[in-house]
Design a protein around this ligand. Structure first.
Ligand code: ADP
Ligand code: MG
Length: 348
């Protein structure tokens, strides 16, 4: 999760601004609804910038009230799973020091999703990565480069298979020295909750932004068009390197090494860590995933960041309903064949 610093929110996957000459024509149609034709609001919830823009809603509905209620749902879901919130269910498990803890339905669901993603990615996504994230100082922003011995020691406490979960009574038991971290799914989970509320309220066209990296489309964009989403360049602040089209029900998530990281002696250390090595991977600068489920998009972008670019592409080619585009460590832009029809490179 991104802690928001100030109002300048560089949404990693930013809804493309019309200022970009290349897309002006498309944007004229896509993102110039008259003010009375759309309602947008934003907020900072569970330390995360969120925004909802609604374009089509039922006549008897107050869109502002729908957005407020969706924000409440986002706040609740974000808070119950955040490792940064002492009152969250995940923090309760982490504090239990080996005791069995019963958690909420939502938190249990998210943990099950975390295990599904762990399985799908051969452990590149690991919900027990906590001890290593802690070691590098990412929880406190008191960053440091650990020694090899420290990393080796922390890795002995990263092992998703040692967590016991019981679906019948929604209990979790985490070995005493371990630490759960499903932060990589929190924004997607909150966006999913907001989407559920918008759909229950009869909204048929809306875009939800959750944190600096997760978007969810409810319905198509204005006038039935795709939502055009810009992928921020991981090195040139504010520029986008590509735009992708997003359709009804799709989610997009970006993970990269350019938003939460620190530098020491000219080296960049990003906050996504490889559960095998305990270190930040260095083969991808930014990776974007499109899929239907918002939580899956969020988790897969994190997991793919840990993998080799070609390994990501070959996996995605064999997956239904998952697309990926990335900028590799050497600045090359790569994407899967299904992405071809909906990505436009800007030349940045
Ligand atoms: P962001 O929050 O910047 O959008 P992500 O959604 O990719 O980034 O989540 C990054 C967070 O996930 C880290 O801050 C850390 O708490 C956690 N994390 C880091 N590495 C892994 C990993 N390999 N598997 C699961 N979670 C991870
Ligand atoms: Mg993520």
């Amino acid at each position: 999760m991104q802690l928001v610093s100030g109002k300048r929110v560089a949404v990693a996957i930013a809804v493309l601004l019309c200022a970009l000459a290349l897309f002006t024509t498309a944007c004229d149609h896509l993102f110039s609804p008259a003010p009375e034709e759309s309602v947008t609001d934003d907020a900072v919830l569970f330390s995360t910038f969120v925004q909802i823009q609604i374009h089509e809603w039922p006549e008897d509905t107050d869109p502002q009230a729908v957005i407020s209620a969706a924000f409440d749902r986002m706040e609740r879901t974000g808070s119950i799973v955040s490792v940064y919130d002492e009152d969250s269910d995940i923090s309760a498990v982490n504090r239990a020091r080996g005791e069995t803890v019963q958690i909420s339905e939502e938190a249990f669901f998210l943990l099950e999703m975390a295990y599904k993603i762990w399985d799908m990615t051969d452990g590149a996504f690991d919900p027990t990565i906590g001890p290593v994230v802690d070691l590098w100082g990412f929880y406190t922003d008191d960053h440091r480069v650990p020694t090899d011995e420290e990393i080796e020691d922390a890795l002995t406490r990263v092992d998703a298979e040692r967590v016991q979960m019981d679906a019948a009574d929604r209990t979790v038991r985490l070995p005493q020295d371990m630490r759960l971290d499903v932060e990589a799914l929190a924004k997607g989970f909150a966006a999913r909750a907001a989407a559920e509320h918008l759909m229950e309220s009869g909204v048929t066209s809306a875009l939800i932004t959750s944190g600096q990296s997760s978007l969810k489309a409810v319905g198509d964009g204005p006038e039935g068009r795709a939502w055009r989403v810009g992928l921020l360049h991981p090195r040139t602040d504010e520029e986008v390197y590509a735009a992708v089209d997003l359709y009804d029900g799709e989610s997009v998530s970006t993970s990269g090494d350019y938003q939460r990281y620190f530098e020491r002696d000219g080296e960049r250390y990003a906050h996504i860590l490889d559960p095998d090595t305990g270190r930040p991977p260095r083969t991808i600068k930014s990776i974007t995933v499109i899929t239907t489920d918002t939580v899956l998009a969020d988790g897969l972008s994190t997991a793919f960041f840990v993998m080799e670019p070609d390994q990501v592409l070959s996996r995605v080619e064999n997956m239904d309903d998952v697309m990926a585009a990335m900028m590799t460590a050497d600045g090359e832009i790569k994407y899967c064949s299904q992405m071809e029809a909906r990505i436009k490179l800007t030349g940045n």
